[in-house]
Design a protein around this ligand. Structure first.
Ligand code: GZL
Length: 335
């Protein structure tokens, strides 16, 4: 009985014993210097990396939340060099000031993969996985033109709450949208940074409601969390927004909560920025490990969202754009 029991126990124990944790030296070590924790988008980006680069998947992830502090981010990268990790992932808070520390990574023989935002003053990294922020801005602008024409709105007076100044997401979205605004002669009243946070969006919108009362009919927020704050400020100021109201409210990211606000008729259109880059980063790492060539740029697939009545046809750089109608199923599937 004992033997049988033992066998049964062994079997039971075998089932119960988790896969033997690989020894640290068997794991691929990855250092990830993340922007911070400023938005729903950022939370999804962090989770994507932590889910993929887990110990059960064979990785030892060193994660540093740099809290939007550029100096802390450089320090985190240098700590990864000291740890002699196998790979470094950076989501750069701002696009410049990177060549020195990337040179140090290069000299240490540690490949760097950049995700999401871009590094514009150095190419000393193996690959970048992210979004075309200027395309997001162009899409928002050309959608607004098509929507305003459909609604018979001739004069567009625009206030922008931009993202963290100097981040490639802010630069690209501003460049793209403002290029369209200039093409069609819209009135760009003001552009101030809300730093991609809800508090920042609310503060800027409070100031806008005081300074530009009755002068604006479009508010562009460069991410959903700024839009959440802007809505609070407009509610407090008695300014209505969303289809059929005082203000056309445009946002970026299209996180779940943002799409819920589209469905509720608050955000008029939301332009997605896809945060789920980690699986594509892992593909880059696998190719590097196998000594294969890697693409220098890998673009994420993104969608533009609105309700049925706000769906209009438009083009970006001559390419027809497909808009997605926000339904409960679309929201359920979002990040
Ligand atoms: C864009 C990303 C931006 C998001 C914001 O790729 O860097 O930073 O749009 C986030 O939500 O804070």
């Amino acid at each position: 009985m004992k033997k049988v029991l033992g066998a049964i126990m062994l079997t039971a124990m075998a089932v119960a014993i988790p896969a033997a944790a690989a020894h640290a030296e068997d794991l691929i070590s990855v250092g990830f210097a993340q922007v911070g924790h400023e938005s729903d988008w950022r939370t999804a980006s962090t989770k994507s990396c932590q889910d993929v680069f887990s110990e059960e998947n064979g990785y030892d992830l060193s994660f540093v939340d740099c809290d939007n502090d550029e100096a802390a981010q450089k320090e985190a990268v240098r700590s990864f060099i000291e740890q002699d990790v196998d790979y470094i992932i950076i989501d750069p808070i701002i696009a410049t000031g990177w060549d020195t520390v990337l040179t140090e990574c290069d000299e240490a023989g540690i490949p760097v993969i950049v995700i999401d935002r871009t590094i514009d003053d150095s190419d000393k990294y193996a690959a970048w996985v992210g979004s075309n922020f200027k395309t997001e801005g162009l899409a928002a602008g050309e959608w607004l033109k098509a929507y305003a024409d459909k609604m018979g709105i001739e004069e567009l007076n625009v206030l922008t709450i931009s993202g963290s100044t100097g981040s490639s997401a802010q630069i690209g979205r501003s460049d793209g949208f403002n290029e369209v605004a200039e093409k069609y002669g819209w009135n760009l009243i003001d552009e101030q940074t809300g730093d991609f946070t809800e508090a920042g969006g609310q503060e800027v919108m409070e100031n806008y409601c005081k300074s530009y009362e009755g002068q604006f009919n479009v508010v562009v927020c460069q991410n959903d969390n700024e839009a959440f704050g802007a809505m609070t400020a407009m509610d407090n100021a008695g300014v209505t927004y969303g289809p059929g109201n005082d203000v056309i409210l445009i946002s970026y990211d299209a996180c779940t909560a943002g799409l819920e606000d589209v469905k509720a008729g608050k955000i008029t259109a939301d332009f997605e920025c896809n945060p789920l880059a980690a699986p594509f980063v892992e593909e880059v790492i696998n190719k590097l490990a196998a000594g294969e060539e890697v693409e220098k740029e890998v673009y994420m697939v993104e969608h533009w969202y609105a309700l049925e009545d706000q769906i209009v046809e438009f083009e970006v750089d001559g390419a027809a754009q497909e808009m997605t109608v926000v339904t409960d199923e679309v929201i359920e599937a979002q990040y």
